[in-house]
Design a protein around this ligand. Sequence first.
Ligand SMILES: Cc1ncc(COP(=O)(O)O)c(C=O)c1O
Length: 438
Amino acid sequence: MAIKFVCSKPGKKSVKIIRRDDRVMSPSFTREYSFVFKRARGCYIWDVDGRRHLDFAAGIAVMGIGHSNPAVGRAVKDQLKMGTHVGFSDFYAELPVEFVEYAMKFLPKHLDTAFLSNSGTESVEAAYKMARWHTKKKWAVAFKPSFHGRTMGSLSMTNSRPVQRDRFGPFLPVKHSPYPYCYRCPFEKGDHEHHKCTNNYLSELRKTMLECRGDLAAIFFEPISGEGGYIVPPKDFVRGMRELCDEHGVLLCDDEVQSGCYRTGKFLAIENFGVKPDVVSLSKAIGGGVPLGLTVANRKTMDWVPGSHANTFGGNLLACAAGMATLKFMKEKRLGENAQKIGGYIMKRLERTKRDYDIVGDVRGMGLMIGLEIVSDKASKRHGESERSNILCKASEKGLLLLPAGRSAIRICPPLVINKSQAKTGIDILEDAISESC
Ligand SMILES: Cc1ncc(COP(=O)(O)O)c(C=O)c1O
């Protein structure tokens, strides 16, 4: 069968590799582009045919510290000479301890105990199992849309696209409540009223919690819905949710896999809402491109006993060396401040774009986690799925890599090391692509 290329047909070398990939790789991936990686540095990424792209996707919000970061490269190389792996669930080693001690300096003080793993889904899975162990309760509440990973525990919570769940049930006991999505608030007719909207979402959440009849262990929440469409919830909602958790003795599990590590300006996105979580799941950016997951809670909450949860690769020495160098680099280079500064510039530019183009329905975000919702026209707010595909393709042809999110949003999540002139170039390209897609 002929291969369907995403956007225009790529160069000769890319085509050859895509054909080989098509023969041996699982067909379950949704490739957004026919882009074949060769090398990357900072905010740029090259394909095997020598085309350079400005990267506003950062390997799905992973490369906060920039591609091929020399400090992380050095740390991994040095550790390579000492040993790569010890089997941390059976033996001790200083480096994972040092990494966790250092990571805790970035986190709220009460989060003083950690579990190490290799990915976002494992980081959430650990939070989920721990919540059930600690509370001895069965149910969890998550949101729709939400994305927490694809192993069966986190998939039971994930609910952003039907294909992610189709045929995989039965799921674990999880109930879903609507994620506060003010641009498309289902409760309001006519003019949008922020306060009413928040209260309606909170009362839906309370109802969902009560349906668990006192057997609810935890709420799983993304402080900005990532895969679901880069949706920013109202502050009052997040605070109200914390109060509901306290009222009902339920753990608030904060999924910072995508939004954490300074992506929104603060180390944790939930800090922007002035809310303290009980459990935090981190991954993606914390390993600087090396697989690493970190789940943290208070010792009283992480009270499971030896043998109740463990893994082979958690505490892997290369991953911990990379994580340590990543966090040091983020701190030294003040990447949170840069995310706020450059994010502010991008938001201003996109607000203007929204005024100028009828297909840009909403612009939202924090720091360098910015979403742009594409619609067929502002009045109808109909999802502009085909317009979005056109924009992504045109931008890629002009040398800018972007990712979709939700039904018709575009996510902007460049490396946090991006400077103003790179941001300007990227947004210029995006605007051109929008104007050609109207
Ligand atoms: C918020 C969130 N949680 C969990 C995950 C799962 O992470 P992974 O793909 O590393 O398993 C993702 C991945 O995109 C995510 O965005």
